[in-house]
Design a protein around this ligand. Structure first.
Ligand code: ZN
Length: 176
């Protein structure tokens, strides 16, 4: 059990389309468990494998309701997750463990049905709405190389890029 280092934008692994997982072996099960630890340690609402430098289709999501987040037993792991249906629209303030010091409102589907496999290789289907639906869409986007800042206006994104340059420069100076 270990929290893994999190890759930060603009790391190129975050832009890659992640490969499907054809076999759920010990390495994938270990990765799933480590990603749960990483998500809870961060803390975050979800995490996708590319964020820990593994370009494969695996996500973990904090399935806890209000007041129950951060509970390892409530974490959901999905291999090769897919959104099979989506309904409605919601504007939700998002942030990302790979995107430093930023949050923005993103338009998402209000309700989704998600399908995938659990770590035992059994099919799982989850229907959800609100916060959890947004987290699933955000994490599955990561598997296609899409970050939430790719879903905001280019003007806002440019402002963020400039802000990030300053943040990274300050960090370098602090570490020098
Ligand atoms: Zn993210």
């Amino acid at each position: 059990m270990a929290a893994l280092p999190i890759r930060l934008y603009p790391d190129p692994v975050l832009k890659q389309e992640a490969a499907p997982i054809d076999q759920i072996g010990d390495d994938i099960r270990q990765l799933g468990r480590d990603m749960i630890d990483t998500m809870i340690h961060a803390p975050g609402s979800g995490l996708a494998a590319p964020q820990v430098g593994r370009s494969c289709r695996l996500i973990v999501v904090d399935g806890g309701g209000p007041g129950e987040t951060g509970d390892k037993d409530k974490a959901i792991v999905l291999v090769n997750p897919e959104i099979v249906s989506a309904e409605g629209e919601i504007l939700f303030e998002e942030a990302c463990l790979s995107v430093l010091e930023y949050s923005a409102k993103v338009k998402r589907a209000a309700a989704v049905k998600v399908r995938g496999l659990n770590l035992e290789g059994r099919p799982v289907e989850i229907e959800t709405n609100g916060r959890l639906a947004v987290v699933f869409q955000h994490e599955i986007d990561h598997l296609d190389g899409i970050l939430f800042i790719d879903r905001i206006s280019s003007l806002k994104r440019d402002l963020y890029r400039r802000k990030l340059k300053k943040i990274l420069k300050n960090r370098e100076e602090q570490n020098a």
